[in-house]
Write a protein that binds this ligand. Structure first.
Ligand code: CMX
Ligand code: CO
Length: 146
Protein backbone atom coordinates (compact mmCIF):
# COMPACT_ATOMS: atom_id res chain seq x y z
CA UNK A 1 0.00 0.00 0.00
CA UNK A 2 2.97 2.31 0.67
CA UNK A 3 4.90 2.05 -2.56
CA UNK A 4 7.85 4.38 -2.28
CA UNK A 5 9.64 7.05 -0.32
CA UNK A 6 8.17 10.21 -1.81
CA UNK A 7 10.29 12.77 0.02
CA UNK A 8 12.31 13.74 3.05
CA UNK A 9 11.15 16.99 4.63
CA UNK A 10 13.96 19.21 5.91
CA UNK A 11 13.33 22.31 8.04
CA UNK A 12 15.60 25.27 7.36
CA UNK A 13 15.90 28.92 8.29
CA UNK A 14 16.69 30.18 4.77
CA UNK A 15 15.00 28.30 1.92
CA UNK A 16 16.95 29.97 -0.88
CA UNK A 17 20.35 29.40 0.72
CA UNK A 18 19.50 25.79 1.58
CA UNK A 19 18.19 25.06 -1.94
CA UNK A 20 21.35 26.58 -3.34
CA UNK A 21 23.41 24.25 -1.15
CA UNK A 22 21.57 21.13 -2.38
CA UNK A 23 21.78 22.18 -6.02
CA UNK A 24 25.44 23.17 -5.89
CA UNK A 25 26.62 20.19 -3.83
CA UNK A 26 24.55 17.36 -5.31
CA UNK A 27 23.41 18.71 -8.67
CA UNK A 28 19.70 18.59 -7.78
CA UNK A 29 17.29 21.02 -9.42
CA UNK A 30 14.45 22.97 -7.85
CA UNK A 31 11.24 21.75 -9.48
CA UNK A 32 8.87 24.09 -7.65
CA UNK A 33 8.61 26.62 -4.85
CA UNK A 34 5.23 27.17 -3.19
CA UNK A 35 3.84 28.78 -0.06
CA UNK A 36 1.18 27.10 2.06
CA UNK A 37 -0.57 29.35 4.56
CA UNK A 38 -2.34 26.26 5.89
CA UNK A 39 0.97 24.55 6.75
CA UNK A 40 2.70 27.83 7.65
CA UNK A 41 5.62 27.21 5.29
CA UNK A 42 7.35 28.22 2.10
CA UNK A 43 8.61 25.01 0.53
CA UNK A 44 10.84 23.91 -2.31
CA UNK A 45 10.71 20.51 -3.99
CA UNK A 46 14.05 19.27 -5.34
CA UNK A 47 13.84 16.34 -7.69
CA UNK A 48 16.28 13.58 -6.77
CA UNK A 49 15.56 11.02 -9.47
CA UNK A 50 13.16 8.52 -10.97
CA UNK A 51 12.16 5.26 -9.34
CA UNK A 52 11.28 1.96 -10.94
CA UNK A 53 7.53 2.54 -10.52
CA UNK A 54 7.84 5.65 -12.66
CA UNK A 55 7.71 8.12 -9.78
CA UNK A 56 10.37 10.49 -8.60
CA UNK A 57 11.71 11.06 -5.13
CA UNK A 58 12.21 14.48 -3.68
CA UNK A 59 13.86 16.58 -1.04
CA UNK A 60 11.32 19.00 0.45
CA UNK A 61 12.82 22.10 2.03
CA UNK A 62 10.58 23.88 4.54
CA UNK A 63 11.01 27.44 5.75
CA UNK A 64 8.48 28.80 8.25
CA UNK A 65 6.32 31.68 7.01
CA UNK A 66 6.04 33.19 10.48
CA UNK A 67 6.07 32.38 14.17
CA UNK A 68 3.10 30.00 14.21
CA UNK A 69 2.91 26.55 12.67
CA UNK A 70 4.60 23.20 13.20
CA UNK A 71 7.84 23.95 11.38
CA UNK A 72 8.49 27.26 13.17
CA UNK A 73 8.07 25.61 16.56
CA UNK A 74 10.15 22.60 15.61
CA UNK A 75 12.99 24.78 14.24
CA UNK A 76 13.03 26.92 17.38
CA UNK A 77 13.45 23.80 19.51
CA UNK A 78 15.72 21.67 17.33
CA UNK A 79 17.44 23.88 14.78
CA UNK A 80 17.73 22.82 11.16
CA UNK A 81 17.41 19.17 10.18
CA UNK A 82 15.14 16.33 9.08
CA UNK A 83 11.56 17.18 10.06
CA UNK A 84 9.59 14.29 8.53
CA UNK A 85 9.62 11.43 6.04
CA UNK A 86 6.89 10.88 3.45
CA UNK A 87 5.73 7.62 1.91
CA UNK A 88 3.92 7.58 -1.42
CA UNK A 89 0.65 5.70 -1.78
CA UNK A 90 -2.06 5.51 -4.43
CA UNK A 91 -4.73 6.06 -1.75
CA UNK A 92 -3.89 8.34 1.17
CA UNK A 93 -7.26 7.76 2.88
CA UNK A 94 -6.88 3.97 2.81
CA UNK A 95 -3.24 4.12 3.94
CA UNK A 96 -4.16 6.43 6.84
CA UNK A 97 -7.03 4.15 7.85
CA UNK A 98 -4.79 1.08 7.63
CA UNK A 99 -2.28 2.68 10.00
CA UNK A 100 -5.18 3.64 12.27
CA UNK A 101 -6.12 -0.02 12.57
CA UNK A 102 -2.71 -0.48 14.20
CA UNK A 103 -3.40 2.28 16.72
CA UNK A 104 -1.49 5.01 14.87
CA UNK A 105 -3.18 8.39 15.10
CA UNK A 106 -3.41 10.67 12.07
CA UNK A 107 -2.90 14.41 12.52
CA UNK A 108 -5.88 15.38 10.30
CA UNK A 109 -9.29 13.68 10.02
CA UNK A 110 -9.21 14.15 6.22
CA UNK A 111 -6.35 14.59 3.71
CA UNK A 112 -5.16 18.13 3.01
CA UNK A 113 -3.51 19.72 -0.02
CA UNK A 114 0.24 19.17 -0.23
CA UNK A 115 3.05 20.18 -2.58
CA UNK A 116 2.50 20.04 -6.32
CA UNK A 117 -1.19 19.20 -6.14
CA UNK A 118 -0.77 16.19 -3.87
CA UNK A 119 -3.09 15.08 -1.08
CA UNK A 120 -1.44 14.40 2.27
CA UNK A 121 -1.97 13.36 5.87
CA UNK A 122 0.45 12.87 8.74
CA UNK A 123 0.87 10.13 11.33
CA UNK A 124 1.71 11.33 14.79
CA UNK A 125 5.42 11.00 15.68
CA UNK A 126 4.55 9.73 19.16
CA UNK A 127 2.90 6.68 17.53
CA UNK A 128 5.77 6.17 15.03
CA UNK A 129 8.83 5.80 17.26
CA UNK A 130 9.62 9.52 17.09
CA UNK A 131 9.26 10.03 13.33
CA UNK A 132 6.66 12.44 11.94
CA UNK A 133 5.42 10.38 8.99
CA UNK A 134 3.58 11.82 6.01
CA UNK A 135 1.42 9.84 3.59
CA UNK A 136 1.12 11.37 0.13
CA UNK A 137 -0.93 10.67 -2.95
CA UNK A 138 0.60 12.60 -5.82
CA UNK A 139 -1.27 13.87 -8.83
CA UNK A 140 -0.23 12.63 -12.24
CA UNK A 141 0.76 9.29 -13.69
CA UNK A 142 2.71 6.67 -11.80
CA UNK A 143 2.15 8.18 -8.39
CA UNK A 144 4.79 10.81 -9.06
CA UNK A 145 4.60 14.25 -7.49
CA UNK A 146 4.70 15.84 -10.93
N1 CMX B 1 9.33 14.83 14.48
C1 CMX B 1 9.39 14.08 15.62
N2 CMX B 1 8.78 14.44 16.78
C2 CMX B 1 8.11 15.61 16.78
C3 CMX B 1 8.00 16.43 15.64
C4 CMX B 1 8.66 16.00 14.46
N3 CMX B 1 8.63 16.73 13.33
N4 CMX B 1 7.25 17.51 15.95
C5 CMX B 1 6.91 17.38 17.24
N5 CMX B 1 7.42 16.24 17.74
C6 CMX B 1 7.31 15.75 19.11
C7 CMX B 1 7.91 16.74 20.08
O1 CMX B 1 9.29 16.50 20.25
C8 CMX B 1 7.12 16.49 21.35
O2 CMX B 1 7.68 15.42 22.04
P1 CMX B 1 7.80 15.44 23.66
O3 CMX B 1 6.35 15.51 24.14
O4 CMX B 1 8.47 14.16 23.98
O5 CMX B 1 8.57 16.68 23.97
C9 CMX B 1 5.75 16.08 20.83
O6 CMX B 1 5.94 15.67 19.46
C10 CMX B 1 4.76 17.23 20.83
O7 CMX B 1 5.46 18.35 20.35
P2 CMX B 1 4.77 19.76 20.13
O8 CMX B 1 5.82 20.78 19.93
O9 CMX B 1 3.73 20.01 21.18
O10 CMX B 1 4.17 19.54 18.73
P3 CMX B 1 2.67 19.59 18.34
O11 CMX B 1 1.90 18.53 19.05
O12 CMX B 1 2.22 21.00 18.41
O13 CMX B 1 2.83 19.19 16.81
C11 CMX B 1 2.42 17.62 15.17
C12 CMX B 1 3.20 17.93 16.43
C13 CMX B 1 2.90 16.31 14.60
C14 CMX B 1 0.93 17.51 15.49
C15 CMX B 1 2.67 18.79 14.16
O14 CMX B 1 4.04 18.83 13.84
C16 CMX B 1 1.87 18.69 12.91
O15 CMX B 1 0.69 19.02 12.87
N6 CMX B 1 2.50 18.23 11.79
C17 CMX B 1 1.81 18.04 10.54
C18 CMX B 1 1.86 19.28 9.67
C19 CMX B 1 3.25 19.64 9.25
O16 CMX B 1 4.24 19.17 9.79
N7 CMX B 1 3.33 20.53 8.21
C20 CMX B 1 4.59 20.97 7.67
C21 CMX B 1 5.05 20.07 6.53
C22 CMX B 1 4.20 20.28 5.30
C23 CMX B 1 4.47 19.30 4.18
O17 CMX B 1 5.15 18.31 4.36
O18 CMX B 1 3.97 19.56 3.06
CO1 CO C 1 6.28 16.76 3.37
Amino acid sequence: MLTRIDHIGIACFDLDATAEFYCRTYGFTVASIESSQEMGVREAMLRVGGTDDGGASWIQLLEPLGEGGPVAGWLARNGEGVHHIAFGTADVEAATAAAGEHGVRSVYPEPRPGSRGSRINFLHPKDCHGVLTELVTATGAGGAAT
